[in-house]
Design a protein around this ligand. Sequence first.
Ligand SMILES: [Zn+2]
Length: 118
Amino acid sequence: MSEELKPCLCGNNVSIHSYYGNVWYKVKCKCGIRNKAYKSRQDAINAWNNRPIEDSLRQQVSELIRQKMHLEVKVARLEKETDAALRQHIDDLIRRNIDLEAKVDRLEKSLSEKDMDR
Ligand SMILES: [Zn+2]
């Protein structure tokens, strides 16, 4: 069994302490968090290291971080695509405007020529 202790929830490293001439063992942190006393050193270590909720939350956090990174990549791609589509749309509108202005010019010219014919 491992002697390695998980860090405290506060982030500090912890140590194991024995009491009453190595009858009881506790894992303690400087911040005041400690586990209850165990009669075996290994039981105290196992109890300290066994944090199923924390382990599950850590797993969920890494999964969420992975999903976030995936979504950030997706958003960046969509922004790029949207920018390109908007640029294309603006170019189309500018081209249509130029065509319409030319049409208006032709119509105005043709009207003024008709006026002159009268
Ligand atoms: Zn602590």
